[in-house]
Design a protein around this ligand. Sequence first.
Ligand code: ADP
Length: 301
Amino acid sequence: MNKVTIIGSINSDTTLRMKYLPKPGETLHTTELFTSGGGKGANQAIAARRNGAQTAFIGAVGKDDTGKRMITLLEKETIDISGIEVIDNQSTGSAYILLDSFGENSIIIHSGANNHITNAQVKAYQDLIEASDFIIAQFESTLDSTIQAFKLAKQNGVKTILNPAPAFEQIPPELLAHTDLIIPNESEVEILTGIKISSEQSMKEAADYLHNLGIESVVITLGNKGAFYDVKGKSGIIPALKVKAVDTTAAGDTFIGAMVSVLQKDFSNLEEAIKYGTRAAALTVQRFGAQPSIPYGSELL
Ligand code: ADP
């Protein structure tokens, strides 16, 4: 059983369903409103845990009822929540997801407590990282704490996986130098590399750009087209499954968590692991919400 630590965000998601996304200045009525657990970090932790990995979380919530609810959700999944801190005078992270009738979304995030994960906190829960096979981070929490966590991981032979989402252009070289595997989606990889993804050749160019920054392994998720990988001189595309998507929220998070739950530490089964993540994500996009849509390993059989 893989041991995975996630450092990252915990959000309360409010999803507003509507016929189409509003234009600037337009007022629209929703067709439905629902709330669920979310945040890329928490979603990835749940995907890893539901697919069999022993999973621990380093993160933060505010001192409010929402925070209590979000911690309870993770606890119910039997995720180790000992690394989650409750921050005074901060609200729990929240996301407002506008979802249209085609399954497209626009998302607004209030980071709240996610912006208060400190280096001292990472140091305090160092034992969780040291005991792991993999650590996964995203960009919805503090950059400094992610760098610190990846440094500790590398010192202890733990593999580091970066999901650079949401992406920005100037990622500190120090973080990239401590990243073993990077998993951006198409638009994120374009922001990171400046290379427009239009063909497999352009994916290869983007992967080479990232290899040159010191990252050995690259996987680019391509939405309903699947995922491209470029690892140790081998590259290719694993196609997505043909399904009717109703809500793609947490597709990438499911892909990553499920994939890492079956990944060998030397990445020798990466293609198999990507196929597994692809099947898990295909279930997620056929269901509404973030955490409620993430499948259990037993559903993939
Ligand atoms: P993100 O959610 O981070 O933007 P993607 O949209 O690239 O990431 O989706 C991640 C993975 O989810 C894809 O590699 C694919 O396996 C699966 N996926 C996404 N959208 C669909 C879809 N419409 N049909 C089937 N699989 C999908």
